[in-house]
Ligand binder design. Sequence first.
Ligand code: ATP
Ligand code: MG
Length: 793
Amino acid sequence: MAARPAPYLDDLNPEQRRAVETLDGPVLMLAGAGTGKTKALTTRIAHLLNTGRAQPNEILAVTFTNKAAREMKNRVGRHVGGVIEGMPWLGTFHSLCNRLLRRHAEIVDLKSNFTILDTDDQIRLLKQLIQAENIDEKRWPPRLLASIIDNWKNRGWTPDKLPASEAGAFNHRGPELYDAYQKRLITLNAVDFGDLLLHVLTIFQTCPDILEKYQRWFRYILVDEYQDTNVAQYLWLRLLAQGHRNICCVGDDDQSIYGWRGAEVGNILRFEKDFPGATVIRLEQNYRSTSHILAAASGVIAANEDRLGKTLWTEAEGGEKVRLIGHWDGDEEARWIGEEVEAYQRGTRGLDPIGLNEQAILVRASFQMRAFEDRFLTIGMPYRVIGGPRFYERMEIRDAMAYFRVVVSPDDDLAFERIVNTPKRGLGDKALATINSFARENGVSMMDAARTVVADGGIKGKGGKNLDELIRGFDRWRAIMRWSAQPGLQDDDVIDVDEPMPERPAGLDAPLSHIELAELVLEDSGYTAHWQNDKTPEAPGRLENLKELIRALEEFENLQGFLEHVALVMSNDTEDSAEKVTIMTLHAAKGLEFPVVFLPGWEDGLFPSQRSMDETGLKGLEEERRLAYVGITRAERHCTISFAANRQTYGQWNSQMPSRFIDELPQEHVDVLTPPGLYGGGFGAAATASPAAQMMRGSDLMEKASKADVYNSPGWARLQKNSGRRSMRAPSEARNMVIDAAATPAFELGERVFHQKFGYGTIAAFEGDKLTIDFEKAGQKKVVASYVTAANE
Ligand code: ATP
Ligand code: MG
């Protein structure tokens, strides 16, 4: 096939071009942040397609997040000048393994409609097993066991392959509990995250014919962020690539930040040994960041001992230095950053305006997000949280999804247990225990057990009647789903071929879409009514969330696809193009770039984390430092690092020290800012010591200024009186008290109110202390109740 023109190659430097054009044999691209590794990888896919080397479905490409996979698809599409007819094998390890496992589930005794458990389900299951063994849960918590098991799975160890060295785990009970857990999962037709990969690995290892088929099928394998693969992923890749060896991996040892989850940076260093004769390509030009940002990042990472070391340079000289600022506390920090985001948006200091989509706040720990969310709600700044407090983890969402799960997989016991008495159906513990033990004794699902127990009159009274009704409901919803799915309306995968096609369900004239079905399920089951009748202030917000859930379904073809998506993505990261500032964790930000980046919370104990500081040896600390490097290198033009003198963690106030990483920032690339309104302009000029030392002085001064404010507030006095403590260091608490003292009046739905920024509006919904208000001028917005007063007309 004659090669079509390849204009995309002109955008690459010679080394990148070599990575793209060396199509056969193993290729390793090992290079620093922002040097165009992902760009080269994407172009390589385009080139494979364009030269006719492979069809879209013959390329296996692994990205780190679902978002990265989507982006890559779009970019490849642009390069080859049109829409590619699907790249079904471009995704994360989890999504790719999910696909493979559904095809071959029976080999590991699963059915193809298996459920993917989330952490919550997983913990619940482990708890049951621990309780059944009469192990003291307090000393040996399920969470600990969960992380031990995850760790084993990350290493590719099934229960029968567990090495002797692990025998002592979890008070010597670990191995047997692991075995029991795996068996239980199989009975439940369920897998956890680690299983997705582990089962596929087992299939490849036990069925050479299947492995061979895929080895032949995937003619080209590409892996981004290779430094963060764990052992199981590494084995998986190595098996698949063994045939033709057309594998191209890209990574950066300085950005290995998932060691705590079993990632082995050694994988990248071992590549040349595993694939002798590999072409190794190094890139040195950074195209992302200005020289100050790059120098700051390089300065920090240079403090790590365990690294290959590399040079990076950029043509983007000059620009703004990395800015450093200290604050009194986390709320103050959030307030200041909010103002800075607005300032960039407007265009200040002679800069062009920078939109909200181009700005990101990257936090070390997800609890830090709360202060930003609250602040942004207050000032009406649109934001998106990625990987944060998760929509899909809310109670009502999990309940609703459990209903959907049972419709899709009636054997999903965990889902069934969750909703069998939600809303209340008069089923007591005794009734549930009866069903549970029947299920265990007869090796059937809870649903089947309930069916038999009810038919035999085993549950008396209202509870029995309601349960009977629920079971009939599920039968009907499932029949509707399956009947509506034919012919060819839905993905064939959904339909279990062993189950006969249902007759047209009575009363159903036309097929229902999965969206209509979902609404029907929530209504007929009484779940929607349950929240409609609930008088607590949260109820309207929960109903709103349920509506949002139904809206989210629109992007999917069927319920199963949606459930899989949620299980795999587990965060509210649906694409949305609206202008919003992004809040996310540093871990989730890997591979991304933003013109403006804020890095708050650079304090010892938070960043680097306490755990890494307590550890003996440098391993943990070095990983934190790589995380700092990842953070700074996300910034293209503006990077602001900040810290607070006081921070509330887990409900407790701590006095913070600036992060040791701040000392490692090369001074000549850093601009130390004076916190506004406290000391005029003199502070920066007086600076002679390291940035951290300067900032310590800053926080001392600040402490005096802000404390005076707080001490004089009525809230502080009341707090002291109430608590009887004299020297309580809780300034923000005091400040919140001031707001609380102003008292949030109890609003009513539909009430007309006044908001400090948006003016008049009427209340459309409540969710905790947040109100959704239809503003007369500003449209609908979510705001914090304490900034709203009753409209006085
Ligand atoms: P990270 O390590 O952070 O994942 P990376 O090495 O994958 O970074 P990319 O995201 O591919 O880097 O590229 C960084 C930026 O540089 C992108 O905006 C990309 O478009 C741009 N870029 C990459 N290569 C070139 C090039 N040859 N010419 C111009 N711009 C480039
Ligand atoms: Mg990248």
